[in-house]
Design a protein around this ligand. Structure first.
Ligand code: SF4
Ligand code: SF4
Length: 100
C-alpha cells in the first residue's frame, strides 16, 4: 500500500487568540456550581479543554478568568460532573468577533 504524507498547517493558536478583542463585563457569566465537586474531580479536564485557558487550579479551587472566554461552549459539555454554570455574557459584552 502506498503511504501518504500529509503536511499539517503550522498554526500558532496563541497568536490567533491575540487578535481577538473582548468587552469584559463586571460580573462573570461562568461559575462553578459546587467547589467540593472540583476538589474530588481527579483529572480536572477543564484545565485542558478550554482553548483560552480560562480555568486554573489555584489554592485548592478552580479560578475562572472569564474575561478571556471565547464563548465556544466546550465547558458546557466538557465538565464530567456538569459543574460549570455557563451562560452567554450580557448583551454587548463578551468576545467581539470581527465578522460577527
Ligand atoms: Fe470542576 Fe468540572 Fe473542572 Fe472537574 S472538570 S475541576 S468538576 S469544573
Ligand atoms: Fe473556555 Fe469555551 Fe468555556 Fe469559554 S466557553 S470558558 S472559551 S471552554
Amino acid at each position: 500500500m502506498k503511504s501518504v504524507t500529509v503536511e499539517l498547517p503550522n498554526v500558532d493558536v496563541q497568536r490567533k487568540l491575540f487578535t481577538t478583542r473582548f468587552k469584559a463585563d463586571k460580573t462573570s457569566h461562568l461559575s462553578i456550581r459546587d467547589v467540593d465537586v472540583c476538589r474530588e474531580c481527579k483529572d480536572k479536564p477543564c484545565l485542558w479543554f478550554c482553548p483560552a485557558e480560562v480555568y486554573k487550579w489555584e489554592d485548592e479551587r478552580i479560578t475562572i478568568a472569564f474575561e478571556g472566554c471565547l464563548e465556544c461552549g466546550t465547558c458546557r459539555i466538557g465538565c464530567p460532573f456538569d459543574n460549570i454554570d455557563w451562560r452567554y455574557p450580557r448583551g454587548g459584552f463578551g468576545v467581539q468577533y470581527k465578522f460577527g
